[in-house]
Design a protein around this ligand. Sequence first.
Ligand code: HEM
Length: 139
Amino acid sequence: MKTPYEILGEDGVQNLCNAFYEIMDEEETVKVLRAMHAADLEPMKTKLFEYLSGWMGGPQLYSQHYGTVCMTTPHKPYRIGPKERDQWLLCMDKALERIGASSKLKTMLKDPMFRVADAVKNHHCSEHTPKNDNLIATG
Ligand code: HEM
């Protein structure tokens, strides 16, 4: 069976990453996710490409550059709950659509993509719920 990298090729993976951040920039429903990122998304297109290249079965560019494929540490400064995860996955779905990925490839990526995004999630809730400091006092 071909790997996703073999199916897409280097250019296809790069196109996917470009489309991913273009959609993040355009899509009204992912404003929370967009706001977490720097104004300039260009460096992210390269980093995600390096990461997905290895993740999809191609050259391990991210680990060659940064010595790790751990995604927990770079995401630590951000509060990532289910909402942020789902916005990330929505951008990925739309990016796959935009580059004309086959339904076979989309099916192949669906569960693994969910698992990698869910592993980056570091909070159970997406927003801080205001604490009622008077709870005990007011009974
Ligand atoms: C689940 C929701 C996710 C959110 C909310 C999120 C958000 C972010 C943010 C805010 C940054 C920093 C961007 C900047 O420096 O401007 C980042 C970096 C990054 N993210 Fe995510 N991310 C998510 C999932 C993922 C997933 C699933 C992957 C890989 C498949 C990924 C790959 C990366 C990479 C490669 C970087 C760059 C890390 C570095 O600086 O070396 N992210 N992410």
